[in-house]
Design a binder for this molecule. Structure first.
Ligand SMILES: NC(=O)c1ccc[n+]([C@@H]2O[C@H](COP(=O)([O-])OP(=O)(O)OC[C@H]3O[C@@H](n4cnc5c(N)ncnc54)[C@H](OP(=O)(O)O)[C@@H]3O)[C@@H](O)[C@H]2O)c1
Length: 220
């Protein structure tokens, strides 16, 4: 049976972690053309060896010029993009409100910066696709923030807000695009579930109008 993902181009932003690799493998198995983006060339090289067919692309996703150049390379190699799975994250916390340092915040906000850059640079592709999808992994703490995780949760809340704006952009454009947020408490052990959920974004019966703006909590 032909998969709805057959020959769809999906960019995984931050693909070399365990979750990124699991998502990449599931997308390739479903027939997608996967571009795996990371900052560390060695980890990308390993990923390309382990997952034949995946195209590794090195870029600093927090650098606007790097992201523009990445988009040019992706367009030249595989054409327009149908999906962006954003997995650049990181965790810093602790020390209550007084311990929410600027240094930690600057590190954490890179994830949000990368989300803005990547979704903007591929926006026209996603709107033009017959099944454009953007997905992020947020945190259950957005519902119930803690003092020690204030910086982290604020960045996740900003990312979720950005996703709601993308959802509005998709619906105003009249496209078949959908912006979807997954929330987890911890990803450990949930990588395969996340990968299944990402693949399901392109299921034949997954209507963009049902998916767009959806927030789904994944738990064990
Ligand atoms: N882990 C959890 O328990 C948990 C809990 C809640 C939410 N989440 C969220 O789930 C998502 C995935 O989490 P994870 O733990 O699997 O991943 P992660 O460890 O946050 O993965 C980071 C990925 O992003 C890449 N990356 C980091 N900075 C980059 C940059 N400037 N440019 C390009 N690539 C960059 C890393 O690649 P290189 O280092 O190889 O360059 C790596 O592939 C994240 O959004 C995270 O916040 C995770």
């Amino acid at each position: 049976m032909t998969s709805a993902l057959q020959d769809k181009v999906v960019v995984i932003a931050g693909a070399t972690s365990s979750s990124g690799r699991t998502v990449a493998r599931a997308l390739v198995d479903a027939g997608a053309r996967v571009v795996a983006v990371g900052h560390h060339q060695g980890r990308l090289d390993e990923l390309e060896v382990d997952l034949p067919g995946v195209i590794g692309e090195r870029a600093d996703l927090t650098d606007g010029d790097d992201v523009l150049e990445l988009a040019m390379r992706v367009h030249a190699k595989v054409g327009d993009v149908d999906g962006v799975v954003h997995l650049v994250g990181g965790w810093r916390g602790g020390g209550g409100i007084a311990g929410q340092t600027d240094e930690d915040y600057r590190v954490l906000e890179r994830s949000f910066t990368a989300l803005r850059y990547v979704s903007r640079v591929f926006w026209d592709d996603l709107v033009g696709s017959d099944a454009g999808r953007v997905a992020i992994v947020s945190s259950t703490t957005v519902e119930k923030p803690t003092a020690g995780g204030a910086n982290y949760t604020a960045v996740k809340a900003a990312s979720e807000s950005w996703m709601r704006s993308l959802a509005d952009g998709f619906s105003k454009s009249g496209s078949q695009g959908a912006a979807v947020t997954f929330r987890v408490k911890a990803l450990d052990g949930l990588e395969s579930r996340l990968a299944d959920e990402v693949v399901a974004l392109w299921a034949m019966d997954a209507a963009a109008s049902d998916l767009n703006g959806r927030v789904t909590t994944l738990s064990a």
